[in-house]
Design a binder for this molecule. Structure first.
Ligand SMILES: *Cc1c(COP(=O)(O)O)cnc(C)c1O
Length: 368
């Protein structure tokens, strides 16, 4: 059986470090806030290259807290790609604003920057570019559009820790940016976790207050109505250790992706991930596209090769967004692409042998 991801393989590499950090945390009896959390925030801000990092409960909360920090709410619209994890759009609804979907482009499956401006209205407050699968969005265009129309940029970096656009890490372009540390993400905790990064001390302060019951630094002084969305101290301990390995793991993802590409490149019926100039893709997922997806799925099932589809349904066509009454003609690329994409087994520690088995299985279908 070839797994889709193998979190345990990564744990075994750093078991001693992780185990001692966790047991020290348990012995200390401090599970909420504390130095592990502030240490991780500092280290992550330094890693990304922003002035501030505010940790929180998960990536969805990070998006929601950013939206609230920017006073985006009822009556406002936010531009969101039609293909993403639902959290990107859900966060917009959950602050009372309305997500406005834009179709994706064919190469990277990220938001089609040429289709954004036609969706901007007087109610539009922000754009949420999603660096889907770890591939950076065309940030020059996003910056140009946001400047021209005075919009905030909220980068959804949940799949792109360490990805770079023209030599700068994603997460540094937005007004504020959201990261998820869901266990399978490029940087993953042992449970839910997330963070906000920004250069604005004003946004960072507001995000910190919102995530901790409206308090700033003084206990029992609640400045605004906030909520509870904190990074557990235990998760901060795990993330602190793992952050030191993120670049190596991303490099291993890039190497594994190159192996897949080399083996599959001669097959004309498969579209491989294509990276535009000036972008460093960190391959949260390795997604290929083919009209014969059903045949691949059939063979994978037969041979116990795990796979996934990210995502089978574009956001506008989910039941949750039925109220928008969108049809495939409104999002033709998303509609077509989601019929053809398949995510192959992929993680930094994946062996050459596994990659060979997966590729032999795929190529066997086309060579028949
Ligand atoms: C994982 C993910 C999120 C949400 O993160 P959680 O930590 O699971 O809440 C948001 N956006 C994208 C694109 C994601 O992949």
């Amino acid at each position: 059986m070839i797994p889709f991801v193998d979190i345990n393989a990564q744990y075994l590499i750093i078991k001693d470090e992780i185990d001692s950090a966790i047991s020290a945390c348990i012995s200390s009896g401090n599970f909420i806030r504390g130095s592990a959390v502030t240490d991780f925030e500092k280290a992550f801000a330094t890693y990304i290259g922003t002035d501030h990092c505010v940790s929180c409960g998960n990536g969805t909360d990070a998006l929601e807290i950013i939206l609230r920090s920017l006073d985006i709410g009822s009556g406002d619209e936010v531009i969101v790609p039609a293909l993403s994890w639902i959290a990107t759009a859900e966060a917009v609804n959950n602050v009372g604003a309305e997500p406005v979907f834009v179709d994706i482009e064919e190469k990277c499956y990220t938001i089609d920057v040429t289709r954004i401006e036609e969706k901007i209205t007087s109610k539009t407050k922000a754009i949420i570019p999603v660096h889907l699968y770890g591939c950076p969005v065309d940030m020059d265009e996003i910056l140009r559009i946001s400047k021209k129309h005075s919009l905030f940029i909220i980068e959804d970096c949940a799949q792109a820790h360490g990805a770079m656009y023209k030599g700068k890490k994603v997460g540094t372009f937005g007004t504020a940016s959201a990261f998820s540390f869901f266990p399978t993400k490029n940087l993953g905790a042992f449970g839910d976790a997330g963070a906000i990064v920004t250069d604005s001390s004003e946004i960072a302060d507001k995000a910190r207050m919102i995530s901790n019951h409206g308090q700033m630094n003084t206990r029992h002084k609640h400045n605004i109505i906030g909520r509870n969305s904190r990074l557990d101290t235990l998760q901060a301990e795990v993330l602190k250790v793992k952050l030191n390995y993120l670049d190596t793991w991303n490099q291993n993802r890039i190497i594994a992706a190159a192996k897949y590409k080399e083996r599959l490149s001669n097959c004309k019926e498969i579209i491989l991930p294509e990276i535009p100039q000036g972008r460093t893709h960190v391959y949260h997922l390795f997604v290929i596209r083919t009209k014969r997806r059903e045949d691949i799925i059939y063979e994978f099932r037969k041979r116990n090769i795990a796979f996934s589809i990210h995502y089978p349904t574009p956001l506008p066509f989910l039941d949750a967004y039925k109220y928008k009454q969108q049809t495939p003609d409104n999002f033709p690329v998303s509609a077509r692409v989601t019929e053809e994409i398949i995510s192959l087994p992929f993680y930094p520690e994946i062996t050459d042998n596994y990659i060979d088995i997966v590729c032999d299985t795929i190529l066997g279908i086309f060579n028949r």
